[in-house]
Ligand binder design. Structure first.
Ligand SMILES: NCC(=O)CCC(=O)O
Ligand SMILES: [Mg+2]
Length: 328
């Protein structure tokens, strides 16, 4: 008797991996274009785009060019964008953030007019709008909570007035979801939803995004309002509070290094969960691919699929267009 004859294996999981057809039949999770949200950076000016140096293949768009980009996204099957704006001017009171003719408000109107079916989500936070690069108002080096929330209420209402479908507060101030919900309802925008960046960590993976928006913090870091990467229970608390306050969708951010948080969120709560595949994650893949060290397309698709497997319903990614083309 050879040694092999001694193996009396009933369960052979490899049977289900023998052919592509079998592998497809038993596949548990699937990425679709419906899952993707494209983050879009808009800047002042006309007929111009600028590549973000630390995010090759990602651009800032003037509004007219952003409209063209949105048509292309929608034609590719991408049904939602998240808008980020670079204002004409930064002021200490962040008032450009709620200027009815501000960069985001103009962009929302132009995109809504051109591609009405596209879901427009908008970033609600002050970091690009003050010289400090922090997500809230600043006094004596402190990021103010309640004073900031009042500005965020105005910002969210002005986005809704311009035609936003959803606002996405990314600032991590306490109590802002309830306050924004109330402000939207009182101004007649009870149909405008809130996607809350509920568990947003103070992460070093955001570096390239701050280049893109010219919004790097001018002093200190964001650890007095964004979460400590060491914590999980705190994320559950943040998410629970935001759901109680009225969040329709909650987000965990960043992506791959935080999939355990996504999984716990999905297990524990019954609202849709979004994940943000952030700029640093994108930049790492781009850099490795440029060196010939990774297969960019395969790593991209695997990363996004793994986010689905972890429980994400919605994925914000700078790779949305490439993934959509691949999924066609
Ligand atoms: N509030 C939005 C972000 O901080 C984005 C971060 C990134 O893509 O790195
Ligand atoms: Mg919170």
């Amino acid at each position: 008797m050879s040694q092999l004859d001694l193996l009396n294996i009933v369960h052979r999981p490899r049977r289900l991996r023998r052919t592509a057809a079998l592998r497809n039949l038993v596949q548990e999770n699937t990425l679709t274009v419906n899952d993707l949200v494209f983050p879009l950076f808009v800047m002042p000016g006309t007929n111009n785009i600028e590549e973000v140096s630390s995010m090759p293949g990602s651009f800032r768009f003037t509004i007219d060019r952003a409209v063209e980009e949105c048509k292309e996204l929608y034609d590719l099957g991408i049904q939602a964008i998240d808008l980020f704006g670079i204002p004409e001017q930064k002021t200490e009171d962040g008032s450009e953030a709620y200027n009815d003719n501000g960069i985001l408000q103009q962009a929302i109107r132009a995109i809504k007019a051109a591609v009405p079916e596209l879901c427009i989500m908008t970033d609600v936070a002050l970091d690009p709008f003050t010289p400090f690069g922090h997500d809230g108002l600043v006094r004596d080096g402190i990021i103010l909570n309640d004073e900031t929330v009042e500005v965020l209420q105005k910002m969210a209402v002005s986005h809704a007035e311009a035609g936003a479908d959803f606002v996405s507060p990314s600032d991590m101030m306490d109590g802002r979801i309830g306050a924004i919900r109330e402000a939207l309802d009182e101004s007649g925008h009870s149909d405008v939803g809130i996607l809350s960046y509920a568990a947003k960590y103070a992460s070093s993976f955001y570096g390239p995004f701050r280049d893109a928006l010219h919004s790097a913090p001018q002093f200190g870091d964001k650890s007095t309002y964004q979460m400590n990467p060491a914590n999980t229970e705190e994320a559950m608390k943040e998410i629970e509070l935001d759901i109680i306050e009225g969040a329709d969708i909650v987000m965990v951010k960043p992506g791959l290094a935080y999939l355990d948080i996504v999984w716990r969120t999905k297990e524990r709560f019954d609202v849709p969960v979004a994940i943000y595949h952030v700029s640093g994650e994108y930049a790492m893949v781009k850099a490795a691919a440029a060196n010939g060290w990774l297969d960019e397309e395969r790593v991209m698709m695997e990363s996004l699929l793994c986010m689905k497997r972890a429980g994400a319903d919605i994925i914000f990614t700078y790779y949305a267009k490439e993934a959509a083309k691949r999924l066609r």
